[in-house]
Design a protein around this ligand. Structure first.
Ligand code: NDP
Length: 489
């Protein structure tokens, strides 16, 4: 139902305290377009203060914690998020408009488990050792020592705000770093609320800081001489700008960027399972998942069947509504600006000769939701593999179905992109699973499933989708510095 909104203040969080500034910007509720909060924009002074606090905290009580005590504290943060579950849920829904059914199953639980899962990552992963023969016969021992990288700048996007920010803050803190977070300007609430949790569980001041603003605030972080590493999730173009900005100060970087992920449905796929998973991969979170499937290659022998069944899924399994309604599983996109982008691709698809199987526009509610950022779930056929709609990342609830005839052809089509984040394929042939999976140029390949995440596994993209891997032990390469110690006997 319609929310009674009281406009909240979202100050920066610096050195354990909330810090207001004179310049604020509006945060809107995408369901109706109403203002829900005023975020306080950080300038140079606030960014400098946040970075200085983070630097000082490295040498304060935080830096002196044993690994075990630090892990305990990181687990306490996870519990702290769980205790405030309803507050996080409400904040995330107000910023994104996403249904409670999605945020309560995906965003908030994962936001908590990102701390729990990485709490012990450093303790549980030994470093390498090598015995070395020396010419004098005495020998030497080499062993690795990991230490925190230092102050980490986290720049995060709006599609899964808490989940993606904590996927970085969790391992960063577990490894003993301190962080300055710049959340997306359209979804600043949960990162702000996290400051309260940090204070509630006794995380020392300066360990976790949040600065609000647009790309210019992000730039103050990327160019800051006293930040040791930037971990970024967002668009590929932004990533490239950030890489240029960090070059003069020679920071480390971990980059998770855009995708145009292929789905493949082979002729031997289990279609009940395929439609269920494909439906999620095209439409979950209103298509605003970096791992989503905006182009699906379907074997020509089952093309019509898949088209009809996916159409039925979009029309009968997805339910628009207010976020708190039990039946709602499809929300608005995050902002009017993004809605305009998605709708421009809906128009372009028709110009490029698409047949609209379903959707193609925006719904009308005849109530206050018409002020919100809604678009219809959309499926196209008739687009060529090299059309702009089938090659550019739209980040909306839409997909192009394209027929193929054989396995070698479809592998080429799937790989014919600058992106390389995820790929998903459906088959019941075990040999095909192992033949095709390693040929797909993607950091993550799902077979007969989608978005089935194990936090111990590597996460990241190849080509223009990313640089480096996070997740499990893989994040250690970014979140720690590894020194080799060579001891001669
Ligand atoms: P953007 O790249 O627009 O923004 C990401 C963050 O970067 C925001 O906080 C943004 O601030 C900030 N930013 C923008 N410009 C600069 C700059 N010059 N210097 C420093 N920071 C800057 O991404 P979106 O928020 O639009 O997110 C959607 C994108 O994220 C999609 O491309 C999607 O594929 C990708 N993504 C990738 C994932 C992955 O794991 N590979 C996961 C999820 C999303 P602000 O917007 O407030 O100005």
């Amino acid at each position: 139902m319609r929310k009674n909104i009281t406009v909240r203040q979202l100050p920066n969080f610096i050195n354990g305290k909330y810090v207001e500034t004179s310049e604020t910007f509006d945060v809107l509720y995408p369901v109706t377009g109403e203002v829900t909060a005023k975020a306080h924009k950080a300038g140079q002074a606030e960014v400098d203060a946040a970075v200085a606090a983070a630097r000082a905290a490295l040498h304060g009580p935080w830096g002196k914690l044993t690994q075990q005590d630090r892990a305990k504290m990181v687990r306490a943060i996870a519990e702290g998020v769980q205790k405030r579950f309803d507050d996080f849920l409400e904040a995330e829904v107000l910023d994104t408009g996403k249904p409670y059914s999605v945020a309560s199953h995906v965003d908030i639980p994962r936001g908590a488990s990102n701390f729990a899962a990485f709490a012990d990552v450093l303790r549980e992963n030994p470093t390498e050792t090598f015995m070395l023969d020396t010419p004098d016969g005495s020998g030497a021992l080499n062993y690795g020592v990991r230490r925190p990288r230092g102050v980490i700048g986290i720049i995060s996007p709006w599609n899964l705000p808490l989940l993606l920010m904590t996927f970085k803050a969790g391992p960063a803190l577990a490894c003993g770093n301190t962080v300055v977070v710049k959340p997306s300007e359209v979804t600043p609430s949960t990162a702000t609320l996290m400051g309260e949790v940090m204070n509630e569980v006794g995380v020392p001041e300066g360990v976790y800081n949040v600065v609000h603003g647009f790309g210019d605030t992000g730039q103050l972080l990327t160019s800051h001489p006293d930040i040791d590493g930037i971990t970024f999730t967002g668009e590929t173009l932004t990533g490239s700008i950030i890489l240029k900005a960090i070059a003069p100060t020679l920071k480390g970087a971990s980059m998770e960027m855009g995708g145009k992920n292929p789905g493949i449905v082979f002729e031997d796929a289990d279609l009940d399972l395929t439609i269920k998973e494909l439906g999620r991969s095209c439409f979950l979170n209103t298509g605003q998942v970096c791992l989503g499937t905006e182009r699906v290659y379907v074997h020509e022998s089952i093309f019509d069947q898949v088209r009809d069944r996916l159409k039925d899924y979009a029309e009968n399994q997805l339910h628009y509504g207010y976020p708190d309604e039990d039946t709602t599983n499809f929300g608005p996109v995050v902002s009017d600006e993004h809605r305009e982008k998605v709708l421009s691709y809906y128009k372009l698809a028709e110009e490029e000769g698409a047949t609209v199987v379903t959707g193609g526009g925006a719904p009308a509610f005849e109530d206050e939701r018409d002020g919100g950022s809604w678009v219809e779930p959309t499926i196209w056929t008739g687009l060529t593999h090299d059309s702009r709609v089938a090659t550019e990342e739209i980040f909306g609830p839409c997909t192009a179905l394209i027929p193929f005839t054989d396995e070698d052809e479809v592998i080429k089509l799937a790989n014919d992109t600058n992106y390389g984040l995820a790929a998903t394929f459906f088959t019941t042939n075990a040999s095909r699973v192992h033949r095709v999976a390693p040929q797909l140029e993607a950091g993550i390949v799902w077979v007969n499933s989608w978005f089935l995440r194990d936090l111990r596994t590597a996460f990241g993209g190849m080509k223009h989708s990313g640089i480096g891997r996070e997740g499990g032990v893989h994040g250690l390469d970014f979140y720690t510095e590894l020194s080799n110690v060579c001891v001669k006997y």
